[in-house]
Design a protein around this ligand. Structure first.
Ligand code: SF4
Length: 344
């Protein structure tokens, strides 16, 4: 029997709704969620393929690349944690976690006096930000990053702004930026140069939307811009995680990693995010739903529920909290259940 269940896309911070198709209880595909206010029936390729994390999920825990059961692996995690000082342990929280999971991770880290790290694309929380409707209604839109390609359902709002006669200024890392195809003016230099050269064009009725900066000084410049801004993160709940855990810059992350002996990674791919020699860290322990660059070099991997098996809430880039419920039942442990076990 075919069934359709509503949930949220976990693949970036835009917060699109997505329908999951089940056939006799098995997830077989996705289907656009027509009534969802963010994306009104559209999903990008990343959204449509997001169920792959469920289809490729870990079947067992791994210790030194050998399959083992989760209870034994959790016992090994506790041994590692007890073998070092609390100050040598760093806990990585992530925008892949729900707000509820972020709170549990923070509470766990603080109760043990571990270091807590959260990295959000080297960006920061801007508090009040532009809404997606603000983009459509802006007189001019300044786009930093290839949002049409990387965050297409925000890209769609930029296209609507263009159709509403807005002027589009785009900065990209290369001439191949898809966003350049709809821009009136394009640039490939630094963020600083882009903002400086357009300072006379940025007005109160403008919106600056961006998914990267070159450094922390760019963030200050964006914070002081005389128009609304919208940072778009690569992870679904980075905005929600900001309300729980302070974010670190890449520089601060590297400093912390230099002083870490045991790294606990909660549903993140920090190896892919940060340019760092992770082999310098004695033990890396990942709690992850499926394989990524970080689990590939982890000493211990504990499977966690995928988002399709979990309940929680994500806060999207414009600050709206959206709840989601499990699409399928599962007896895999959630991060919150694992933390309860680590707390004994
Ligand atoms: S734009 Fe982002 S949230 Fe929307 S479908 Fe694509 S990856 Fe998912």
């Amino acid at each position: 029997m075919l069934e359709i269940k509503h949930t949220l896309c976990p693949s970036c911070s835009v917060g699109c709704g997505i329908n999951v198709i089940l056939n006799d209880g098995e997830i077989v595909g996705t289907f656009p969620y027509k009534r969802h206010p963010v994306n009104a029936g559209k999903n990008c390729l990343n959204g449509r393929t997001s169920i792959e994390s469920y289809q490729n999920k870990f079947q067992t825990a791994l210790v030194s690349n050998s399959e083992t059961d989760t209870e034994k692996a959790i016992g090994d995690v506790l041994k590692e944690l007890n073998s070092v000082d609390a100050s040598d342990v760093t806990v990585i929280c992530s925008g892949n976690n729900s707000v509820e999971e972020c709170k549990a991770i923070k509470e766990f880290g603080e109760s043990k006096n571990y270091n807590i790290a959260f990295y959000a694309d080297n960006l920061k929380d801007f508090g009040e930000v532009a809404s997606y409707d603000d983009i459509e209604n802006a007189a001019s839109v300044f786009v930093i990053g290839d949002l049409l390609y990387e965050n297409p359902l925000i890209g769609r709002r930029i296209v609507h702004a263009k159709q509403n006669d807005a002027k589009i200024y785009a900065l990209g890392k290369s001439d191949k930026s898809v966003t350049f195809n709809i821009a009136d003016e394009v640039a490939t230099g630094s963020v600083q140069e882009f903002l400086d050269s357009n300072s006379a064009n940025i007005e109160e009725s403008s919106v600056i939307v961006f998914n990267y900066v070159d450094g922390q000084e760019d963030l200050e410049k964006l914070e002081n811009a005389n128009c609304k801004v919208l940072p778009v993160f690569s992870k679904s709940n980075s905005k929600g995680a900001f309300s729980v855990v302070d974010a670190k810059s890449e520089e601060e992350m590297i400093e912390l990693l230099d002083n870490t002996k045991v790294l606990l990674v909660f549903n993140d791919d920090v190896v892919n995010d940060i340019d760092y020699d992770f082999t310098k860290i004695s033990k890396i322990i990942s709690f992850a739903p499926c394989e990524n660059d970080t689990t590939a070099i982890s000493n211990i991997v504990i499977p966690i529920k995928t988002w399709l098996e979990n309940d929680g809430s994500f806060v999207n880039a414009m600050g709206e909290s959206q709840a989601f419920s499990a699409v399928v039942e599962s007896d895999v442990l959630s991060e919150i259940e694992i933390i309860e076990k680590l707390n004994g």
